[in-house]
Design a protein around this ligand. Structure first.
Ligand code: FMN
Length: 209
């Protein structure tokens, strides 16, 4: 299947079968998210993988009792940094300098500029910037799953603060942005399984100048 066939095949699955998705396939989805581009390559987020049924049952009411939470094989929680600090930027760029065998101060001018732009923003805006980067990886993960013929549901329908508390994200310097359930569609019980995919027409979506 080419990418367009895969994207037409996928849909935001409402009911899943509970069947396990092999970890190798989930690892491909996670690797695709890891390879996603982000602003200045900072990757200001973590992805939490959850398979523990008891924990998923605790998450379900926080996500308005959506069935996919417990019918999924895996749940991924995308969580953005709650702040972008100079230390975090240095940590990322130290790794780049090391892995590319660059002189220690080769990127100092650039990182100083980055720190000036990002770490001086009000904290909520730092988080918002990080959250936007998170969504790039989120989208790439959804597309990657489709190419593996694995179903997903992207979700924002949950109470972020309650989930953060349950998972102890605050202590990790993270705030949840979105959820991705991973599993297989239940074609018998999913009302959406056979409905036409509807999108705005290209002529309307794309503005040619
Ligand atoms: C950021 C985001 C949040 C979403 N939140 C939910 C959700 O909480 N529950 C749900 O069932 N679908 C959710 N969806 C699915 C969308 O409604 C769905 O992607 C959209 O209607 C397009 O349909 P399709 O994905 O089936 O092609 C979400 C999608 C995105 C991208």
């Amino acid at each position: 299947m080419n990418i367009l066939d895969s994207l037409n095949w996928r849909y935001a699955t409402k009911r899943m079968t509970g069947e396990k998705v092999p970890q190798e396939k989930v690892d491909i989805i996670l690797e695709a998210a890891r390879l996603a581009p982000t602003g200045s390559g900072i990757q200001p987020f973590s992805i939490i993988q959850i398979t523990d049924k008891a924990l998923l049952e605790k998450i379900q009411p926080i996500a308005f009792n959506q069935a996919q939470i417990t019918e999924a094989s895996h749940l991924l929680v995308f969580a953005a940094w709650d702040a972008v600090t100079p230390e975090k930027i240095d940590y990322v760029y130290d790794q780049i300098v090391h892995e590319r065998n660059l002189p220690a101060d080769a990127l100092k001018e650039y990182t100083d500029r980055l720190k000036g732009m990002l770490t001086t923003l009000p904290r909520e805006q730092q988080y918002n910037w990080a959250a936007r980067q998170t969504y790039i990886a989120f989208g790439v993960a959804i597309a990657a799953a489709a190419t593996e013929k694995v179903d997903t549901t992207p979700m924002e329908g949950f109470k972020n603060a309650e989930l953060d508390q349950l998972l102890g994200l605050h202590e990790k310097g993270l705030r949840s942005t979105s959820l991705l359930t991973i599993g297989h569609r239940d074609t018998v019980n999913d009302w959406l399984a056979n409905l036409k995919k509807v999108r705005r027409p290209k002529e309307e979506l794309v503005i040619e100048l």
